[in-house]
Design a protein around this ligand. Structure first.
Ligand SMILES: Nc1ncnc2c1ncn2[C@@H]1O[C@H](COP(=O)(O)OP(=O)(O)OP(=O)(O)O)[C@@H](O)[C@H]1O
Ligand SMILES: [Mg+2]
Length: 236
């Protein structure tokens, strides 16, 4: 089963003279463990694609099936528990600095598990293990203000992955990092996607970050205008 099936997903903001078609008829499937990069200029609709899939922005039209569950059918289906789906099946990674400042590194990860009903003791054990695997074993009890940009972002990744979501949505996760740290974060995402069989959609401005991705979508004016498999060059 696909992790994600998207059909004619469309988002129109406003109406009449102020209407903006932010996303138009996006159609694609993503398999478990697959990494998809989304490239495109500012304002092209990349974030809208993630937030409509992520149940943050209600789409205008289209369908989304997440892990076999219909989560978008034109708009949001009546009775769909958006919070439950977000909590159980989705992981979000945005630019750094979205950690909770008054919680330590390990507590920032634990909270994601506890919100999903995992008891504190187990939540701590799993969080510690995950953070160690991300090279943060020496930062468990630090507060976010004391972490480097790369460390903050790895903590945010640990938090997004803690519940082993089917689909991970990352919006410019490397934007605040230098090239080297950015590449490390991307490598890590890939490793975890494969291990957890999670599908990952990553928005980036930066062509250099997409090595190792399975597929690359280019977005322009709300449309996916080009799709290619990595290693197969579209330009010839
Ligand atoms: N809440 C909103 N209300 C009205 N228009 C919006 C809203 N959010 C986004 N838009 C518009 O939708 C279009 C797509 O925006 P979006 O944020 O998805 O672009 P983006 O590709 O993520 O850009 P960037 O690279 O700058 O983050 C833009 O024209 C934007 O102005
Ligand atoms: Mg954006």
């Amino acid at each position: 089963m696909d992790a994600l099936q998207i059909e004619k997903l469309t988002k129109i903001y406003g109406s009449g003279d102020t209407e903006v078609v932010a996303l138009s008829d996006a159609t694609f499937d993503v398999a478990p463990g697959e990494l998809v990069a989304i490239l495109g200029p500012s304002g092209s609709g990349k974030t809208t694609l993630l937030t409509t899939i992520g149940l943050v922005t209600e789409p205008t039209r289209g369908r989304v099936v997440l892990d076999g569950e219909l989560i978008v059918d034109h708009g949001w289906p009546a009775g769909l528990d958006l919070k439950r789906v977000r909590r159980e099946k989705l992981g979000f990674i945005f630019q750094a600095h979205n950690l909770i400042p008054f919680l330590t590194t390990v507590e920032n990860v634990m909270i994601a598990l506890e919100n999903n009903g995992v008891a504190a003791k187990e939540a701590r054990e799993r969080s510690v293990e995950l953070l160690r695997s991300l090279g943060l074993g020496h930062r468990l009890d630090h507060y976010p203000a004391l972490l480097s940009g790369g460390e903050s972002q790895r903590t945010a990744i640990a938090r997004a992955l803690a519940n082993r979501p089917r689909v991970i949505l990352a919006d410019e996760p490397t934007a605040a990092l230098d090239t080297e740290n950015g590449k490390n974060v991307m490598r890590l995402l890939k490793k975890l996607a494969v291990e957890n069989h999670s599908a990952i959609l990553v928005v980036t401005h930066d062509q250099r970050m997409v090595e190792g991705f399975d597929r690359i979508f280019e977005v322009s004016d709300g449309r996916i205008v080009n799709e290619r498999r990595n290693g197969i060059s579209a330009d010839a």
